[in-house]
Design a protein around this ligand. Structure first.
Ligand code: G6P
Length: 367
């Protein structure tokens, strides 16, 4: 066991440290002479141009990766996207067909609800692309095509490196679609590819904030509730940050679209409640800062996670963690690192079973 953990205290920590490699291994083989080449897609340019809608179906963190990608497919490739959790999708008689590309995202490739969703999509005549980590798994075998995330085996129940590699695969796919559909210029694509290649190094740098995040986490071991807020992609990051924390620390947490706070959640803010605010989308800084002020006025302690250079945020936050500059669509890959570390250290500090949290399974094979 100790040998398998390679000197790390937990598999989760080891796997967090494997993220730079997981991202590189997912991206590098698909870039050839500055072009994105995804052979396993099995779609001609004509087919890519004829996609009318993308339907993304997944569970847990894979669902959160899907939610992030919705903003990218829509923003960059201008293709309408729906995202649903697999256990809901199946029972709503979803409208699918020829023009809809269905993406099933799954680390294990064995999640029962996701597999059932895949079958439903095929039955209704849609083409299904699996984004899967485990080679030869059920979802990989049954999907029309499969794009593997090359994260390697993941042991900790709370996913980290598989999630990061799912994001990387989805970035490539969105950029590919945008390129083929003439929605991004070759210059922008080159610029984005260069940012994409920088991500692994940047993740490495963020992982070095380990001690700083641990110190901060130790202040919240007895917290009753913790809230995560964001807008747009930052809302998707918040959902994943909240899930990481609650699944392994057993502290109640919720992610909220920051603008929606005032419609309910804000009544839960008390003196000292921790609110983690994610703000990586420049056009939303101002709106976010006003939401941070709203909760702070009501006693919240505000942790901000934002881009380097956005020092403006310091007037509305009690503590700030900065992430390095990247393309606005890639920020999730960086902002999630301190949030993973935070969840991890709160769990460690509370003496929880980090790698095998109670009641949870790595792969859920019942519906
Ligand atoms: C379980 C795991 C989660 C995971 C989800 C989906 O709930 O604990 O970490 O995100 O299943 O799993 P999949 O293998 O389909 O990605």
């Amino acid at each position: 066991d100790a040998a398998e953990k390679g000197g790390y205290e937990h598999f989760m920590l080891k796997e967090m440290y494997e993220q730079p490699k997981a991202i590189t291994d997912t991206v590098a083989p698909r870039i050839k002479e500055e072009q994105i080449v995804i052979e396993e897609l099995g779609m001609s340019d004509e087919e890519i141009k004829s996609i009318q809608k993308i339907m993304i179906v997944a569970c847990g963190s894979a669902y959160h990766a899907g939610v992030t990608s919705k903003y990218i497919f829509e923003g960059l490739a201008r293709i309408p996207v729906e995202v649903d959790v697999a256990s809901e999708f199946r029972y709503r008689d979803p409208i699918l067909g020829d023009g809809t590309l269905v993406l099933i995202i799954s680390q294990s490739g064995e999640t029962a609800d996701s597999l059932a969703a895949l079958r439903e999509a095929k039955r209704k005549g849609s083409k299904v692309l699996g984004i899967v980590n485990v080679v030869g798994s059920s979802i990989a075998r049954e999907a029309d095509n499969v794009m593997y995330t090359w994260a390697g085996p993941e042991i900790a129940v709370a996913t980290t490196k598989a999630y990061s590699s799912q994001l990387a695969a989805l970035y490539l796919l969105a950029m590919k679609f945008a390129g083929v559909r003439g929605k991004i210029t070759p210059e922008l694509q080159r610029e984005m590819l260069s940012d994409l290649r920088k991500l692994p190094k940047q993740v490495e740098v963020l992982l070095k904030q380990q001690e700083k995040v641990q110190k901060f986490a130790n202040r919240y071991l007895a917290a009753k509730d913790i809230f995560f807020i964001g807008r747009g992609i930052d809302y998707a990051i918040s959902m994943e940050g909240s899930l990481k924390l609650k699944e392994i620390s057993y502290i109640h947490s919720e992610a909220y679209a920051a603008g929606e706070l005032k419609h309910g959640t804000i009544s839960l803010i008390e003196e000292g409640t921790l609110v983690a605010a994610v703000l990586t989308q420049e056009d939303l800084y101002k709106k976010m800062i006003s939401n941070m002020v709203e909760v702070r006025t009501r006693g919240a302690f505000v942790l901000a996670i934002t881009n380097e250079g956005n020092t403006e945020v310091e007037r509305a936050a009690d503590y700030v963690l900065y992430i390095p500059k990247t393309n606005k669509y890639f920020t999730n890959s960086l902002a999630i690192i301190p949030l993973q570390l935070f969840g991890y250290y709160v769990s460690v500090g509370r003496g929880c079973d980090v790698d095998k949290p109670r009641n949870l399974a790595k792969s859920v094979t019942v519906e």
